[in-house]
Design a protein. Structure first.
Length: 370
């Protein structure tokens, strides 16, 4: 089941967040944000490493004080993934983390005071080649915009974003990306669609404060999916009231479902019914848990009966079609062997790992010959 995504992405300027390209023809990147106290260096480093292991490309860290800025410097020395510093109001914090090796500043130019303060941050970012992320949120719009529009609206979000863009334009600073987030899916989608036609910089997508793990996943999938299908979006963050690792997993699942990126196993599984010849739900839960460490792209079908099983199994790298008394396994579209009900998950895990290893070896061999 290998074919390219039909999505034609919006062309945007490319920026670099550390060694990770965002925008242009670069893959859509996945971000998350730490929720530890930044001043707790050990806890924050440990969480960043977990987020990175889950597949994140970039991690954002809140830096609300000078003490947090100094802790950020210690964190920066201990992790390899690009770090974004989330800063509000105090320009001195931005200047400090810039000197300490930040890869991107999340700071709205219009919120940091007098013009000379703004210029100091822009000059520092220019000198050190640090991009800025303009981050507009429906929950923190400027008071005059709240008065003008009466409530958060897509137009209000875009007007706020363009105000900050105008400031950077004034200083001829184009090394930035923009987000216009809202917790309402329709508002966020409308704002991003409008903004996408007015600037050339990369867009950071997110449905902010989306909710808990289940509800937030649904809202993010719907909202981000609509935008990504339009070709809009260069980097994404799934905002969940959950472990940041879950944000990364959901982000990957969204991009994999749209064939915008490939990593790890793409499972095709039936919802289970009375035709199933083995416990599909239990099997899938076990396989997903056991195989999280595999990063080689692999399509795996787990179908519980002979009605849809063979058709799905023939189209993937490894496919299981339920049968009686044994279940038929396909490898690369060809019937390969049969697995007993007993030790079914163990047998499948071993086969999937074998196929992933062989695929990885082939890819490395191809790269070596190029």
């Amino acid at each position: 089941m290998q074919f390219e995504s039909p999505i034609k992405r919006r062309k945007s300027r490319q920026i670099m967040v550390g060694d990770v390209a965002v925008g242009g023809d670069a893959p859509i990147t996945i971000q998350s944000m730490t929720n530890t106290e930044t001043t707790d260096v050990e806890a924050t480093v440990a969480q960043i490493e977990r987020i990175q292991m889950a597949g994140a490309d970039i991690v954002r860290v809140s830096v609300p004080s000078m003490d947090a800025a100094e802790a950020f410097g210690a964190i920066r020395k201990r992790v390899s993934i690009p770090l974004v510093a989330d800063i509000h109001f105090d320009y001195r914090i931005a200047l400090r983390v810039a000197d300490l090796g930040v890869d991107c500043l999340r700071i709205n130019p219009g919120n940091i005071g007098r013009e000379k303060r703004i210029l100091a941050v822009v000059d520092k970012a220019r000198d050190l080649n640090i991009p800025i992320r303009i981050g507009v949120n429906a929950g923190s719009l400027e008071k005059d915009l709240q008065t003008k529009y009466g409530e958060p609206t897509p137009d209000a979000l875009v007007e706020s974003a363009l105000r900050h863009v105008d400031i950077l334009d004034k200083y001829d600073f184009q090394n930035f990306k923009v987000s216009v987030k809202a917790s309402d899916v329709f508002m966020a989608v409308a704002a991003y669609r409008k903004l996408a036609t007015q600037i050339e910089q990369p867009l950071h997508l997110g449905i902010t404060e989306a909710g808990g793990l289940r509800g937030g996943t649904v809202k993010s999938s719907v909202g981000l999916g609509m935008l990504l299908m339009d070709g809009i979006g260069d980097t994404i963050r799934v905002s969940l009231a959950a472990d940041p690792v879950e944000e990364v997993k959901v982000g990957w699942d969204i991009l994999k479902s749209l064939k915008l990126r490939s990593k790890g196993i793409n499972f095709i599984a039936c919802p289970s019914c009375s035709r199933q010849n083995f416990d599909v739900i239990k099997t899938m839960n076990e396989l997903e848990m056991r195989l999280e460490d595999i990063i080689t792209p692999l399509d795996v079908a787990v179908i519980g009966c002979v009605v849809n099983g063979p058709g799905e199994a023939k189209e993937v790298d490894v496919g299981l079609a339920g049968g009686t008394p044994k279940n038929l396994v396909y490898v690369n579209g060809v019937p390969s062997q049969k697995f007993e009900q007993e030790n079914l998950v163990d047998s499948l895990e071993q086969l999937i790992r074998k196929q992933a290893a062989e695929k990885e070896a082939k890819e490395k061999d191809i790269i070596a010959k190029v």
